[in-house]
Design a protein around this ligand. Structure first.
Ligand SMILES: [Zn+2]
Ligand SMILES: [Zn+2]
Length: 421
């Protein structure tokens, strides 16, 4: 910075020539009236001296010139507003056509003056621009700005007349017009008034713009983010704090990988455009133990279709089947349950077959014939077994006992016959 302090102009962005330069002191009639009443005299406000500011941000009045040229006085002389030189009547500029926008701009400029924004760097602001442009469909996924469209929409928003009043007309064909410079390169200096124009176009509210600066550091906003594990009881609750951002191999677009404590890991391509994106998952990288346990439970209940389980767990049918196979291979418990179910069906079938073939067999003979099956079903499926077995018969033998040998022989004959048949 040069010793005469001129460097400050570069730094605050007015090196490339002033915009709407003011050659005298400006005042707001309402401010002056108020100060005269309460303080006995009026003072000069910084917010009324800013280039490109035509209105008082506090009263919405057009600013008026104080007709004592400040350059006629010594630069170091204290300027005191002389009441006799102040005309306190209200005026209207541009037939009041641009009043709303000019007031918004005045308020935004006052915001910049009255807030300490020192921690926000130029690159923070540029990133915020790009993010908002993307949200407004004015940048591609790779955050390339659609300059022509941006130009048309900014001009449409303010109108050429107002831009010309603010000495900020934009030449679409000029590669170095201020709009391109502001959105493209942190090294280029752009007048604060023009930054305000861009900010108000993008958000309509400068405080919202700066509040969002820190959010825009992440293309996925500020965490915590929702867990998208349908099997977890915290489904869609903002519990995920672990986010890793990488660049897509092909497109270089940011990819966020969200990892929840429940073991569920999902990823999606960013940046997010709106709140709905928070619930969008591109790929599930891991389902985690909570999800797997839920699937195991559903599988063991044996009464859900794959489609239903897939729906309930937020996965596709192939995934469900893949896990089912995986569980069967790796988990002895599930394997046993599964084989038990198969075994039960198999033994039931065998018993039913025997009873159909030999309806006269008693419980006891069935039991002796199908010892393995009978024992198994007696242990695991007793209700069914007792319902299906023939009613207990009184023994037929004269002595009250069944001649088992005889019966065995009899049945053997029948079996042999059946086999041959
Ligand atoms: Zn005022
Ligand atoms: Zn979770």
């Amino acid at each position: 910075m040069s010793s005469d302090g001129r460097g400050i102009y570069t730094k605050i962005g007015i090196v490339a020539g002033s915009i709407c330069k003011k050659d005298c002191i400006f005042f707001c009639p309402a401010c002056v009236r108020k100060e005269m009443e309460s303080l006995g005299e009026a003072y000069v406000h910084r917010e009324h001296q800013l280039q490109g500011i035509f209105m008082c941000p506090h009263h919405g009045k057009f600013l008026k010139e104080y007709h004592a040229n400040k350059w006629e006085k010594s630069r170091v002389e204290y300027i005191r507003l002389d009441g006799s030189l102040l005309d306190l009547s209200d005026i209207l500029l541009y037939q009041g056509k641009h009043t709303d926008k000019l007031l918004e701009i005045a308020k935004a400029a006052y915001y910049l003056l009255s807030h300490s924004l020192g921690i926000i760097s130029k690159s923070d602001v540029l990133l915020r621009y790009k993010n908002l442009l993307y949200k407004n469909d004015l940048a591609t996924d790779k955050l390339r700005i659609k300059q022509d469209e941006l130009h048309d929409r900014v001009v449409g928003y303010y109108g050429t007349e107002l831009l010309s009043i603010l000495e900020s007309s934009i030449d679409k064909n000029n590669e170095y017009n201020w709009l391109r410079a502001a959105t493209r390169n942190v090294a280029r200096t752009v007048h604060p008034l023009r930054h305000i124009l861009l900010i108000l176009f993008l958000t309509g509210d400068i405080s919202e713009f700066f509040q969002g600066v820190h959010e825009s550091h992440s293309p996925f906003g500020k965490g915590p983010w929702p867990c998208l594990n349908k099997a977890a009881d915290h489904f869609k609750q903002d519990v995920v704090t672990d986010l890793a951002i990488t660049a897509d191999f092909k497109t270089r677009a940011p990819v966020g990988t969200f990892e929840c404590q429940c073991g569920y890991i999902y990823s999606r391509k960013g940046p997010d455009k709106d709140r709905k994106d928070l619930y969008r998952k591109g790929r599930v990288k891991a389902f985690g133990f909570v999800w797997e346990n839920k699937l195991k439970t559903l599988l063991s209940q044996q009464c859900h279709s794959y489609r239903k389980m897939a729906q309930q767990l937020g996965a596709d049918i192939k995934t469900i089947q893949k896990f089912e196979k995986l569980f069967a291979e790796s988990s002895p418990v599930v394997e046993k349950q599964k084989s038990n179910i198969n075994l039960k069906a198999e033994y039931r079938e065998k018993l039913l077959l025997i009873m159909k073939e030999y309806p006269e067999l008693s419980r006891t003979s069935i039991r002796s014939r199908c010892q393995k099956e009978y024992t198994y079903l007696h242990r695991h499926d007793r209700k069914w077994l007792f319902e299906e077995l023939p009613k207990k018969k009184q023994s037929k033998g004269s002595n009250g006992y069944i001649d088992w040998d005889e019966r065995d022989h009899e049945i053997l004959m029948q079996l042999q016959k059946a086999h041959i048949d």
